[in-house]
Write a protein that binds this ligand. Structure first.
Ligand code: SAM
Length: 329
């Protein structure tokens, strides 16, 4: 699959549910309306869709959400998709999770061929963690992170940089990841969906964070890419990598290799644009995949050049009305 700007699409991110057991303040409103259950694809349909993408050249699949591990029976999807790892059609099957269900699932994920996972941890202070997630328990998440490590999964921690909220903790997060052998990626808040806060109050440019970290840590730019948008530095003091995902201070669209599927079968060709393709209708229209594959080709032919996220006092409305949990962060 090659888009109109010559980018080869090899990476599919799938939001297997838009529901989540947390309500992170930058991600969701407190009283979220979720997609109607009747419109959500079955796990078998999600498998069929993912498999069509694998046939068309996707080499990396990431399950996300919402919280992927709260979807009932999600492990059956993971186990079924792992046949593409075994056949060599897929290089990587991975997951982004808030970690709350990892005590239960870490071993099964490893057994199904998952090698690396991303776990979102925005604070190591229990009260602050609970405030950011509105009701998440840090203790449970850390139990999950350590269960993943014990199961032999490589863990990367994702931290959204939030002004005046967790910015005083970045050194602690870097040191903790160093001790535990985890890579760490900082993410800028993106203006997606209505939340109950002004994003100007949360937004912390990572260019500022990087300058600040440089005063205390020896960070060297490296060319490493994980197949995603992060740019990495090596941290001499910890021996680990630190990534920066900077959709606002440094647009990364020129190397975009991915598209995103929602749990209702809508394909978004760009995280930060509204244009989308419905794949549920062609999926359900026939038992064969010809219609579906034609719809995928048509959608890739419409992939836009990039997003235009802006957060400043002149842009109060979100760039896209849907929340990250719908498209899959
Ligand atoms: N529930 C899982 C988790 O917590 O990782 C997967 C879904 S969550 C939407 C994926 C990632 O997106 C998390 O790291 C989260 O912090 C991040 N995220 C959510 N909303 C965001 C926003 N508006 N801007 C930047 N990152 C966001």
């Amino acid at each position: 699959m090659i888009d109109p700007f010559g980018r080869t699409i090899t990476y599919l991110r799938v939001s297997v549910t838009d529901r989540c057991d947390f309500r992170c303040v930058y991600c969701m409103a407190e009283d979220m309306t979720f997609l109607p259950k009747a419109e959500v694809l079955s796990l078998e349909e999600l498998d069929r869709l993912c498999s069509a993408f694998v046939r068309k050249g996707v080499r990396k699949l990431r399950l996300t959400g919402g919280e992927p591990l709260v979807r009932r029976n999600v492990m059956s999807l993971v186990r079924n998709l792992s046949r593409h790892l075994a056949s060599g059609a897929l290089d990587e099957l991975t997951l982004t999770t808030n970690g709350s269900q990892l005590p239960k699932y870490a071993r099964e994920l490893k057994a199904a061929g998952v090698k690396r996972i991303n776990v979102s941890v925005d604070s190591l202070v229990p009260a602050k963690f609970e405030k950011i997630t509105r009701w998440g328990k840090l203790e449970k998440v850390l139990e999950g992170v350590y269960a993943a490590k014990d199961a032999g999964l490589q863990v990367k921690i994702n931290t959204v940089a939030l002004k005046d909220v967790n910015e005083s903790e970045f050194d602690d997060l870097i040191a903790w990841c160093g001790r535990e052998g985890f890579d760490l990626t900082f993410i800028e808040t993106m203006p997606m969906g209505e939340i109950n806060y002004d994003r100007n109050d949360q937004y912390l440019p990572l260019s500022t964070v990087r300058r600040d970290l440089d005063a205390r840590w020896t960070l060297t730019d490296i060319g490493y890419r994980s197949g995603g948008p992060a740019r990495y530095v090596a941290c001499a003091e910890t021996g680990r990598k630190i990534g920066f995902i900077t959709p606002l201070t440094h647009n990364f669209c020129e190397s975009c290799n991915r598209v995103r599927l929602t749990c209702t079968g809508t394909l978004y060709m760009c995280l930060g644009q509204n244009d989308a393709a419905d794949l549920r209708a062609p999926l359900r229209a026939s038992e064969g995949d010809a219609l579906l594959e034609a719809a995928i080709d048509e959608a890739i032919g419409r992939k836009p050049k990039g997003h235009d996220f802006v957060i400043d006092r002149d842009h109060r409305a979100p760039a896209v009305p849907r929340h990250m949990s719908v498209t899959g962060g």
